[in-house]
Structures are given as C-alpha cells and as structure tokens.
Design a protein around this ligand. Structure first.
Ligand code: CTP
Length: 302
C-alpha cells in the first residue's frame, strides 16, 4: 500500500582510506539504490591483514564517511569479508535489504570473492566504480614526490609538503601504469555534479560565511573546520584555489619568500581591515604533512 512501505536499506562497506571523490561517487550511487544507506567502515586491523596498514585510522575514516550527505548511519569496525554470521547480522539486526559494492573484483587473500555469499542469496547489487582515482594511486603519487626531493633538502615535514604541493599534478604518465600522476577519467558532467549539490542558495537574510583553501588531500581536519565555519552562519561558501595558485604558493615558500608573503601579501588583509575576518582553531591536529608523514612511515615499515 502506498505510503506504508518500509524504507529500503542498503549496505556498502569499504576501507575509505584517504577518502576521495571515487568513494563519494560510490556512496552516491549506493544511496540511489535504496532509501537509507548504512556504511560499514572496515577496522584498522582488518585492513592491515588484507591490504596493508591504512593511512587514516578508523576514527578519521569515520569522520569522513559520516560527513557524506548520502550516508544514513555507519557501522564502525566492519569486517573485511562478509561472513555468513555477519551477513545474517546485517539482514536481521540492521534490516539490510541489499549489499552493494563497486564493479571491480574484490578478492580475499585466498583468491575468493568477498561478496560471494551475498551474491548467492540474491542480495548483492553493483555500482560503477569511478575510473582514474584510487587510494593506491594517490599514495604512489605522494611517494614519488617525496622520493624526488633533492638530497640537500631538509627532511622535515613542511619540506615534504612543499615537495608534494609543488610536484604533484604536473607529471602525466600516459602509460596509465606505475605511480606517476594520471589524468582522471572522471567526467564531471553538469548532470553528475548537480547530484553533489544540495541545490540550495543563501536566503535573503542568511549570514554567509566564506572559507577558502587548497583542500588538497581532503582529510578529517578539513571536515571538522568546515563544520565549525558552517556553525558561524547560515550558509557556507567554500573557495577552492586553482592548481596554479597552489603551485605559485609552493614556489614562493620554496624560495623562502615566506616572510614577504606574510607581511605584505597577506591574502586575508582585506577582510581583516574590514573586520570580517575570523580565525578558527582546528579541532583536529591533522594537516597534509601529517598524512605525508604517515605514508612515508608505512612505506618504510612494509
Ligand atoms: N570505489 C569506487 N571508485 C573508486 C574507488 C572505490 O567506486 N575509484 C568503491 C569501491 O568499489 C567500494 C567502495 O568505493 O565499493 C569502498 O572502496 P574501498 O574499500 O575503500 O577501497 P578500494 O576499492 O580499494 O578503493 P581504493 O583503490 O581507492 O582504495
């Protein structure tokens, strides 16, 4: 009968390590297959056992996944393989109707299909994996940039970050293999982009807050600062610097013009003078450098 239908609940699991737009696009498609999307975020130990240690620990991955507007609820510490027990728990305790995954093969270390059981009982649905973006590729690009730093460079983290900001996005590896930067095959058509927007503009009396940044390697620290910025007003507008601007800043810093940059060219001088500038303390102590340091440490350990 109309209006009395139980919501269709769909489950998608994943590592969501260094969450990228491929993951967001997967969550968007998964949500479209039901009414409520429940996301299982795989535990650190399970990821380590199946793919090697994650760059972002569970609590950060949870912040990222929970922030996505299509996610209704999360199950932390989800197992990597959907065992019979866990599948029954999904069906009976969480009222899940379908289990969803991208159309890429997802194999367990023993070579078997991680979703075989769900497929067998006809409760599996597939979404299209987003080509041209993966955590492995991002990590590879970062290691490449770090490796390229000159021997004379100091090994501190800001130096790593400069190398990364300066070097990434410039090299194109047309072979499509290896760890060089590749061209993304994600086609941001207006029809697709509009799905990511909530199609809402500010109202006539809205307090509009503006925040800008590079948002390179979008991480849990970004999510938290955007949340705080949003709380300052009614409508949050986010400015994203162009690749060229980021490269210029990296160059300025590399050439040690940082002092000049801070004194004379402060990008916030105008809003400051107007008295509409606010400085927010980040609630999470994560920066791009933190992420780079973890990647290098993981790489050296394994
Ligand atoms: N996914 C996707 N497109 C991508 C990357 C991931 O659609 N470019 C989907 C996967 O198919 C899966 C979900 O996102 O359903 C979670 O993926 P995850 O377990 O985090 O990892 P991977 O598939 O290994 O993704 P990556 O290679 O980026 O780590």
């Amino acid at each position: 009968r109309r209006g009395r239908r139980r919501p269709v609940r769909v489950y998608m699991d994943g590592c969501f390590d260094m969450m990228h737009y491929g993951h967001c696009n997967a969550l968007r498609q998964a949500r479209a297959l039901g009414d409520e999307l429940i996301v299982g975020v795989v535990s650190d130990d399970e990821i380590t056992a199946n793919k090697g240690p994650p760059v972002t620990p569970l609590h950060e991955r949870l912040i990222m996944v929970r922030a996505v507007k299509w996610v209704h609820d999360v199950i932390p510490d989800a197992p990597y393989a959907i065992t019979e027990d866990f599948m029954n728990k999904l069906f009976n305790e969480y009222n899940i109707d379908y289990i969803i995954h991208g159309d890429d093969p997802c194999l367990l270390p023993d070579g078997t299909d991680a979703y075989a059981l769900a497929k067998k009982v006809g409760r599996f649905k597939q979404i299209k994996r987003t080509e041209g973006v993966s955590t492995t590729d991002i990590v590879g690009r970062m290691l490449l940039c770090v490796r390229e730093r000159s021997a004379s460079d100091s090994h501190n983290h800001s130096s790593l970050q400069r190398q990364f900001s300066h070097g990434h996005g410039q090299k194109i590896d047309d072979s499509g293999s290896g760890s060089g930067t590749r061209i993304s095959h994600f086609l941001p058509t207006s029809r697709r982009i509009v799905q990511f927007s909530n199609s809402r503009g500010p109202g006539p009396d809205s307090r509009i807050v503006y925040i800008d940044g590079a948002f390179d390697l979008f991480h849990a620290g970004h999510v938290e600062i955007l949340r705080l910025a949003r709380e300052l007003g009614d409508f949050l507008l986010v400015g994203i610097h162009t690749d060229q601007t980021i490269r210029c800043i990296a160059l300025i810093i590399n050439n040690c013009y940082l002092c000049t940059y801070q004194d004379d060219l402060n990008p916030y001088a105008v809003p400051r003078a107007m008295g509409i500038y606010r400085r927010l303390e980040s609630p999470l102590d994560i920066t791009t450098s933190t992420i780079i340091r973890r990647i290098v440490a993981n790489h050296e350990a394994y």
